[in-house]
Design a protein around this ligand. Structure first.
Ligand code: FMN
Length: 137
């Protein structure tokens, strides 16, 4: 079945604790598994960046719901394109809290979020394309 990848950036409406983030992750994992969605959620200094992968109509419905969640605001889609394969095959949702400063690819991920915040490119590539690339490798 053909799939799409949707990536957005948003701002948390309050400071998220580890527990707050785990609450989001737990629900996302459970729900996404049932609707054949995979992806990854990154949190850094009050900003969320999320990759969602799955059938186009499923993603559009899911994004509309997530966008309305009061835990974040100003959500902006950075990327919404068909893909020939998934990048995050292992997780119905994964979470990286960059505030812990321990993440694999920490520097690259922080740079991607910083660039996405200000709509800046990284070299010739958009932040979203750069993100997909570093996880494909
Ligand atoms: C940053 C962020 C990311 C989220 N990601 C997902 C997700 O991937 N899948 C999901 O089902 N819910 C996600 N949620 C939670 C949804 O907004 C919603 O609260 C949850 O799906 C429960 O929906 P329900 O009230 O229809 O049961 C996310 C929320 C936030 C704030």
């Amino acid at each position: 079945m053909s799939i799409n990848q949707l990536i957005y950036i948003s701002q948390a409406t309050r400071k998220m604790s580890s527990e707050d983030l785990l609450d989001i992750l737990k629900i996302a994992k459970e729900k996404n598994q049932k609707i054949d969605v995979t992806g990854s959620l990154f949190y850094n200094g009050g900003w969320f960046l999320q990759v969602l992968e799955g059938p186009l109509s499923t993603l559009n419905t899911l994004y509309k719901k997530i966008e309305k969640d009061p835990r974040h605001k100003n959500s902006r889609i950075l990327y919404n394109e068909p893909a020939s394969f998934r990048t995050f095959t292992r997780w119905s949702m994964n979470m990286t809290n960059l505030d812990d400063r321990q993440a694999d690819k920490y520097n690259q991920l922080v740079e991607i979020i910083e660039a996405a915040k200000t709509n800046r490119k990284i070299g010739a590539a958009s932040p979203a394309v750069t993100l997909l690339k570093i996880f494909k490798e």
